[in-house]
Design a protein around this ligand. Structure first.
Ligand code: ZN
Length: 259
């Protein structure tokens, strides 16, 4: 009995179970799910994982030499931020869009339909790659006016879009393994190679730093996600999410972790 008590106290004191990382970096459950940003460092006004900073700087420098101004539109997002977005969509404060970008009548959808409609454009709190500081949404600042509001939509990054040239250059760097560990985790697996001559990938603006994101994506299991959602009584649609977590995990989380 005394032994178990001692172990419990030890776990309390050390802030929970620490997950070993390669080298001397350590990662805990709170970091995995966006609830602890203490290990992140500020760069260019954004929070990044320390292991990703040097590689990001190198990629930015190379982009400058190629005539682009590779900039961050979004990096780390906390669990509480993602939860706020989720709850505002679930309650109709923020619009929920269909696949064509048209607003949906939220109050007429079943809870299940609403969950999957939100997931079409928003990450599940706890399940976002943006919780890790390893993933960035990027754009070319030199391609637009100073007052341009970055949309992060397909129109900007597809052929003819304002940021298409940057992304073509990034594609080349990634393919030639000259992207300092950055890659596109949201590849469109549904398309065959022959259908991808334009190099269009889902969320083409989203880059991930594989050396630092790799362990996070391994640790973010279905059970880890269940644990974090279950611990959030203020989360809207919580029971519906938990009831469908297997499908949500397979379709929206694990699929992106493979790339
Ligand atoms: Zn993103």
């Amino acid at each position: 009995m005394a032994y178990y008590l001692a172990v419990l106290i030890l776990i309390r004191l050390t802030g929970g179970l620490m997950l070993e990382r390669k080298g001397d970096q350590r990662m805990n459950f709170a970091q995995l799910t966006g609830q602890d940003d203490a290990a992140l460092i500020q760069f260019d006004g954004y929070f990044l994982h320390p292991d990703a900073v040097d590689d990001w700087s190198s990629l930015q420098f190379n982009a400058t030499q190629a005539g682009f101004d590779l900039a961050i539109a979004s990096a780390y997002r906390s669990f509480s931020r993602q939860l706020l977005i989720w709850n505002e969509k679930a309650t109709g404060i923020r619009p929920v869009y269909d696949g064509k970008g048209q607003p949906l009548p939220v109050d007429t959808l079943s809870p299940t339909d609403l969950v999957f409609a939100i997931l079409r454009w928003s990450a599940l709190p706890g399940g976002s790659r943006h919780h890790w500081g390893t993933d960035l949404d990027v754009y070319d600042r030199s391609a637009v006016a100073d007052d341009y509001v970055v949309q992060l939509n397909d129109e900007e990054v597809q052929p003819g879009g304002v940021f298409a040239a940057l992304h073509d250059w990034l594609d080349q760097r990634i393919e030639n393994q000259q992207s300092f560990g950055f890659y596109r985790p949201y590849i469109t697996t549904a398309l065959s190679q022959s259908e991808k001559p334009m190099g269009i990938a889902a969320e083409r603006w989203h880059l991930s730093h594989r050396p630092s994101a790799g362990l996070f994506s391994q640790e973010l299991t279905r059970d880890a996600l269940y644990r974090v959602i279950e611990s959030q009584p203020e989360m809207q649609l919580q029971s519906t999410v938990l009831a469908h977590l297997d499908e949500i995990f397979t379709r929206f989380i694990n699929a992106s972790a493979i790339g």
